[in-house]
Design a protein around this ligand. Sequence first.
Ligand SMILES: [Fe+2]
Ligand SMILES: [Fe+2]
Length: 191
Amino acid sequence: MYYSIDEGTENERDQVRELLGPLGKISGTVEDKIITAWTSAWKSSPYEALADAPYSNHAPEIRLMDHVRDVNHFGIRFAQDAQKHWNCDYDAEELACILALHDVDKPLMFTRRGNQVEKSEISKNIQHGVLGAMILTELGLSQRVINTVATHAVNSPFHGENFYAFVLNYADMFASDYALMQEGHVPYYQK
Ligand SMILES: [Fe+2]
Ligand SMILES: [Fe+2]
């Protein structure tokens, strides 16, 4: 098995909470599932500290959890503004889950070798997003959260057609491109 469900210690759960940053308006039960999903991926990964997990093999300096925190921040704001400006209707708790969990499988997708980051063996067998969706299915997240995480990757054969997938995509690209440019990489919008 690529991972096992692991609730971690209280201290580890607090570390995850800190790294994720504010998640918007969500219930304690849903927050628990988000934290357990991340502790499971972390404890199944090679990283001693979750903060060490990289964003990708193309940009080893960018820390995954900085990226996820940025996606949470901008995704929540994009959706709030879209509601005010365009009257878009959505469930804030479900959106918060999608934003916070979209890259939950990434600690399992890459390994560090010195200053370099390489694709893991797991990533050659299962696509990014799909492994995350498996973890989320086991934890009982909603079908919409599972579907959106499963199909969000840039190289996914298709993407979700709903508001949640749309907001995640732009928050993900906005946060990714800023971090990539900061580190001197070519952003997605110029590819
Ligand atoms: Fe992703
Ligand atoms: Fe992402």
